[in-house]
Write a protein that binds this ligand. Structure first.
Ligand SMILES: *[C@@H]1O[C@H](CO)[C@@H](O)[C@H](O)[C@H]1NC(C)=O
Length: 302
C-alpha cells in the first residue's frame, strides 16, 4: 500500500498498468543491501545489483519519454525534478536526478511500511496498548463536528499516545540496524582515539535495547515515553539517525504511521492468523509475513 502511494506521487507509477514490477526490484535491492559483495548469479548481492539496474532503466526510459513529450500539467515529483534540470544554474545532472528518484522511491516506502507492520504486530500482542490507542482515536472521531470530514492537523497534533506508540515501535524495531559516520579529525572518546578518516558504525540496537536507557528494554511499553524528558534525547534515541544527517523523512514517516493507525483502529478489528516471527539478516524481516484477518467495525461505534 505504501509503495503504491509513494510511487504514484513520485513518478505516477501504476502497478496494474506497468509491465515492469518495480516493487520486486526494490525487494531484491533491499535483500542484498547488506550482504557479502560477491557478484555472481544467485547471490543476494547480484540480485541487488540487478534490481537497481532494472529500476534505473525504467527511470531512464521515463526521463527520455518525458524529455520528448513533457507533461503539460506537473503531475508528480519527477516532473518537478525535470523542470529543475532545465534551469541553467542547477546543480542537478541527469545522473543525480535519476539517483535521487531511486533513493526517494526506496526510502519512502520500505522503512515506513516495515514500521507500520511492526506496530500492528506489537499492538496485536499488547491489548492494553491497543485499547488505549483505540480510545484516543475514537475520542478524536467523537469530537469532530462533521464525522465525514477527514483528519485535521489539530487532530494529528493531539495524538499524544499515538506518538508514544510510534516512538516505542521505532525503538524496538531497529529497522535500520546501523548508521555510518566518518571521523573527519582524530576524535577522543574516553581512553580511545578514533583516527581521522576511520569509519564508525553506530549500532542502534545497542543503544535502544540498553537497560540503562530503557528499563526492561524488550518490553513494549509506550507509557515509558510519558515525561521521558531528556532521557528521550537524541543520544538515547536514534531511530531516525541523528546530527546533520538526521532522516529528512522522519516527520513524513510519523505522519504516515499515525494516519494508518488512525484508520486502522477506528474502522477495523483484527485477529492474527499466522506468521509474525521476525528475523534479522541484519535488516529486520518477517520471513513468514504476518497474516491477520480484518473485521469491519460497526460504523455506529466508530
Ligand atoms: C519521540 O522521540 C522524539 C525524538 O527523541 C522526541 O522528540 C519526542 O518527544 C518523543 N515523543 C514522545 C511522545 O515521547
Amino acid at each position: 500500500m505504501v509503495f503504491g502511494l509513494t510511487a504514484k506521487k513520485l513518478i505516477s507509477y501504476d502497478l496494474e498498468k506497468s509491465s515492469e514490477n518495480l516493487r520486486e526490484n526494490f525487494d531484491a535491492f533491499l535483500e542484498g543491501l547488506l550482504s557479502v559483495p560477491v557478484a555472481i548469479p544467485g547471490t543476494a548481492y547480484y540480485k541487488c545489483l540487478q534490481g537497481r539496474k532494472k529500476v534505473m532503466r525504467v527511470l531512464k526510459n521515463m526521463l527520455e519519454e518525458r524529455k520528448v513529450k513533457p507533461n503539460k500539467v506537473k503531475n508528480d515529483f519527477f516532473d518537478h525534478v525535470l523542470e529543475e534540470l532545465k534551469q541553467d544554474d542547477t546543480v542537478l545532472t541527469e545522473e543525480i536526478a535519476l539517483d535521487l528518484m531511486f533513493v526517494l522511491l526506496f526510502t519512502s516506502f520500505e522503512t515506513a511500511a516495515m514500521a507500520i507492520l511492526v506496530a500492528v504486530k506489537l499492538l496485536t500482542d499488547n491489548p492494553r496498548a491497543l485499547k488505549e490507542l483505540t480510545e484516543e482515536h475514537e475520542k478524536i472521531l467523537k469530537e469532530r463536528a462533521n464525522p465525514e470530514d477527514g483528519l485535521t492537523w489539530e487532530e494529528y497534533k493531539s495524538m499524544t499516545f499515538t506518538f508514544q506508540v510510534i516512538n516505542e515501535t521505532v525503538r524496538m524495531a531497529n529497522i535500520v540496524p546501523a548508521i555510518f559516520r566518518k571521523a573527519l579529525t582524530d576524535i577522543k572518546i574516553k581512553d580511545y582515539t578514533i583516527p581521522s578518516g576511520w569509519v564508525v558504525m553506530v549500532s542502534l540496537p545497542s543503544v535502544h535495547l540498553d537497560p540503562d536507557n530503557y528499563k526492561d528494554p524488550l518490553n513494549f511499553n509506550p507509557w515509558r515515553w510519558e515525561g521521558m524528558g531528556t532521557k528521550g534525547s537524541s543520544k538515547n534515541f536514534m531511530g531516525f539517525g541523528g546530527g546533520q544527517r538526521f532522516c529528512v523523512g522522519a516527520d513524513f514517516a510519523r505522519l504516515q504511521m499515525a494516519v494508518f493507525l488512525h484508520c486502522l483502529v477506528t474502522r477495523y478489528r483484527w485477529q492474527p492468523i499466522k506468521g509474525g516471527e521476525t528475523l534479522r539478516t541484519p535488516g529486520l524481516q518477517f520471513p513468514n509475513g504476518f497474516h491477520v484477518k480484518f473485521f469491519k467495525k460497526d460504523s455506529k461505534s466508530g
